[in-house]
Design a binder for this molecule. Structure first.
Ligand SMILES: *[C@@H]1O[C@H](CO)[C@@H](O)[C@H](O)[C@H]1NC(C)=O
Ligand SMILES: *[C@@H]1O[C@H](CO)[C@@H](O)[C@H](O)[C@H]1NC(C)=O
Ligand SMILES: *[C@@H]1O[C@H](CO)[C@@H](O)[C@H](O)[C@H]1NC(C)=O
Length: 359
């Protein structure tokens, strides 16, 4: 019996050989089985490349599990989220972007980068059309919630540097507006403020063709930092630009591994205080303000009522057929994998239920 089993196993072994470039999972994370001499950083890249023995079962001794993580591409571009070299079969493109020429092996292995959190979306919100009749007369507050029955639902997309647009005119014809990521705060300890690499490109492409708005990816840890984000958006990023929407504060996990981003661990109270500080500052600077987050983030990490009380429009992300269950919302980002003529790949799509852009 034993002997027979052994014979059988011997026969089976060749069938069980892993293929080079097959996926593997080592203590360092997901990787690919590849010749160990190829597992290294390329010129210009930043990140780590580590080989692990024993995770590519039955492969020749030179084939090890290579866990390669990249934070800066060969051309010097920094990624806001680290990418991992993977067999492309393990990298769903609805939630990730694939980069070629960054990984060892054939075109079956590519750098898989989670789509940015920031990725944008969102828009809009709820309530409070503070019909500012100017101070000289009387400030009338009309909480006019325009219901979908009286307001024709609008189709909005949001874009950042991760989106490639080939034909802005064609794209503009399919939508009622676009919200651009104008910038972000880095999730590292210094938390520097930065402009989205494609803000000008996308802005110039869509200018005059559709309504344009903006969102900013926050990593503020204090109310002072949140106010600084608002000031940076209005006085620097939007300077000289047309704006048709509330300015949205994009609050979500940074995407840093282990949720180590500077604002990832904020308490609900602190995060809400930061949001309110941003909203108030944006309004003081003469704009409408909004907050974008996922349905669960609004539930667990922000006090939505405090945001709407401060006058914020609410833009909820929920990729589902079921509408958001938040107590209120003005816009719903219902998909991260929509398609729009003239734009490569997946596009975030939202429905807007309120006339927030003077349609
Ligand atoms: C990984 O890539 C190889 C090509 O090298 C492909 O044949 C194979 O199906 C992929 N493996 C898995 C498990 O997806
Ligand atoms: C670097 O390469 C990436 C991926 O191909 C591309 O998106 C980006 O625009 C490039 N950046 C520069 C500065 O060439
Ligand atoms: C990428 O980040 C490094 C710091 O980690 C910085 O020195 C470098 O200038 C950045 N490169 C670009 C293109 O922003």
């Amino acid at each position: 019996m034993r002997l027979n089993l052994k014979c059988l196993l011997t026969l089976l072994v060749p069938l069980a050989l892993a293929k080079v470039e097959d996926p593997c999972t080592a203590p360092g994370g997901e990787g690919v089985c590849i010749d160990k001499s190829l597992c290294k950083m390329s010129s210009g890249q930043k990140g780590t490349a580590t080989t692990y023995t024993g995770y590519c079962k039955n492969d020749p001794a030179n084939i090890l599990c290579c866990v390669k993580k990249v934070t800066q591409l060969t051309n010097g571009t920094n990624l806001s989220k680290a990418g991992v070299c993977k067999n492309v079969s393990k990298c769903p493109t609805n939630s990730n972007t694939l980069y070629s020429n960054q990984c060892p092996g054939s075109s079956n292995v590519k750098l898989c980068v989670p789509k940015v959190t920031t990725t944008t979306k969102k828009t809009t919100t709820t309530k409070k059309t503070t019909t500012t009749t100017k101070k000289t007369t009387t400030t009338k507050k009309a909480t006019t919630i325009i219901k979908p029955t009286t307001f024709k639902q609008k189709e909005i997309i949001d874009l950042s540097k991760w989106n490639v647009v080939n034909d802005y005119s064609a794209a503009a014809k399919e939508i009622d507006g676009v919200i651009l990521r104008c910038g972000y705060r880095g999730y590292g300890s210094s938390g520097s403020l930065a402009k989205d690499d494609k803000l000008e490109t996308h802005y110039n492409g869509f200018k005059g063709k559709t309504k344009i708005g903006y969102y900013f990816f926050t990593q503020a840890k204090t109310t002072a930092e949140a106010e600084a984000e608002a000031t940076y958006v209005v006085n620097t990023l939007l300077k000289g630009k047309t704006n048709n929407f509330p300015i949205f504060w994009d609050s979500e996990l940074s995407g840093a591994s282990g949720n180590t981003g500077r604002a990832d661990g904020l308490s609900k109270t602190t995060r809400t205080n930061c949001a309110v500080a941003f909203i108030k500052k944006i309004k003081a600077l003469g704009y409408k303000a909004g907050v974008y987050a996922s349905e669960s983030w609004f539930r667990d990490n922000l006090d939505l009522k405090k945001l709407t009380d401060a006058g914020a429009y609410i833009w909820v992300a929920k990729y589902s057929n079921n509408s958001p269950s938040t107590s209120s919302y003005d816009a719903w980002q219902y998909s991260s994998s929509g398609s729009v003529k003239g734009i490569n790949g997946n596009v975030d799509k939202s429905h807007v239920y309120k006339n927030i852009a003077g349609w």
